[in-house]
Ligand binder design. Structure first.
Ligand code: ATP
Length: 387
């Protein structure tokens, strides 16, 4: 238990004093005015490197990462296991120190901070974890209040603030419950409440939904989205699920072996993934051609009644929409919609339509006919009329 309390203290308050801390430590605690409309919360990585030493030799976890996270963004970091996601996330609150390059929070190089300034920085940066990191011997109230108690905040202010954050995460009435009596989603809500007690500008989420079922994942992601909007909080999350990125993020960084594979707005990366690592991550979200069609697909039409199987792809660029009447008139023939995996992200359409179009009087259908109707048109093959 003592060890766990120490770990929480270290993660939340690296050089915490039990009570009545230094003036600089008190500067960012509850009771201070919030920062309404503040644009604080930006992070910049400049050529960040991380090399761990291990018995087997040096491990190069991050290589030359340069990236801007704008204040107020929900920025997702995705990549395979070992890609360097946690290492990168933990450089933001200096739980990991880069071995090269710089990390700037609100324009300030955090490598030069002394102990007091580091404590103040970590109060501006909340963090939540995959396994919640709650103290099992403390109630919900005790867990959420802990960072404030450690910071020496007066009792009345602690009570007000804890009530405020518990209400924000929808846990009123659960103050006296112990973590063992809570569901996974409720435990993560406690983790979120605890991360918010110091009114941070940035919230780091380390696989925050990986231990939750899909429905609970959606409710936690919804809560994070609400908090991002209402508190104007920058959220940086790591995940190995593209569906989490799609659900909540506006920007995404794909990491591969410690390097940036690609980064940008989610609609662009999803709509037109360039790097094989991104394509591999997105594959589970894209459905293949339906089996009943695939097994009857021919490389050339059997006769004039054959249908052409066309794939129309949308990447989100130029506001292009899948306009079914224009597609039908471009074919000059009857069109059947076989499958659609279209999605809208940030108001832009991406994904694909699979259609079967009957050829008119045996005319050959060409992808060029669909220029301007989709970002890409591809003939996948032909099926017989009676399929
Ligand atoms: N403390 C450490 N000492 C030595 N090597 C480490 C240490 N922490 C991480 N690594 C190595 O650095 C690389 C990146 O690890 P990191 O945990 O950042 O990746 P990740 O993308 O978060 O992986 P996962 O999804 O599995 O958590 C891996 O090869 C890992 O084994």
């Amino acid at each position: 238990m003592a060890e766990l309390i120490e770990r929480v203290r270290r993660d939340l308050e690296p050089s915490a004093v039990p009570s009545g801390g230094h003036a600089s430590q008190r500067a960012a605690v509850v009771g201070d005015e919030p920062r309404p409309g503040s644009s604080a919360g930006s992070v910049a990585f400049e050529g960040v490197e991380k090399v761990y030493s291990s018995l087997a030799g040096p491990v190069h976890a991050l290589r030359g990462i340069s990236l801007d996270v704008p204040a107020g963004a929900i920025y997702g970091i995705i990549g395979r296991s070992g890609a360097g996601k946690s290492s990168l996330l933990r450089t933001i609150n200096r739980l990991e120190k880069p071995t090269g390059g710089r990390v700037l929070v609100d324009g300030q190089d955090i490598s030069v901070l002394d102990e007091d300034a580091l404590v103040a920085l970590r109060r501006r940066i909340g963090m939540i974890f995959q396994h919640f990191n709650l103290l099992s011997a403390k109630t919900v109230w005790g867990n959420v209040a802990l960072p404030l108690i450690v910071a020496g905040v007066p009792r009345r202010q602690i009570e007000e603030r804890v009530a405020e954050v518990l209400s924000l995460v929808g846990l009123e009435g659960k103050e006296r419950a112990y973590p063992s009596r809570l569901s996974g989603g409720q435990k993560q809500r406690v983790g979120i409440a605890r991360a918010l007690v110091h009114r941070p500008e940035i919230l780091l989420c380390d696989e925050a939904t990986s231990a939750l079922d899909p429905e609970t994942t959606l409710s936690i992601l919804g809560l994070l989205k609400d908090i991002n909007r209402s508190l104007k909080l920058t959220i940086i999350l790591i995940t190995h699920e593209m569906s989490v990125i799609r659900e909540i993020c506006d920007h995404v960084l794909v990491l591969e072996q410690g390097e940036i594979a690609e980064a940008g707005p989610v609609w662009r990366i999803f709509g037109n993934p360039q790097h094989p690592a991104t394509q591999a991550q997105l594959r589970p979200l894209n459905r293949d051609i339906p089996e009943d069609i695939a097994k009857h697909l021919r490389s050339s039409p059997r006769d004039e009644h054959s249908e052409t199987i066309l794939e129309l792809a949308y990447t989100g660029e130029h506001g292009l929409e899948p306009d079914l009447s224009r597609i039908a008139s471009a074919t000059g023939a009857s069109v059947r919609l076989l499958q659609s995996s279209l999605d809208r992200i940030q108001g832009r359409v991406h994904g694909r339509l699979l259609i079967a179009a009957r050829r008119v009087a045996g005319e050959t259908m060409l992808p060029a006919q669909f220029a301007g109707l989709a970002h890409q048109a591809r003939i996948l093959g032909y099926v017989d009329h009676d399929v």
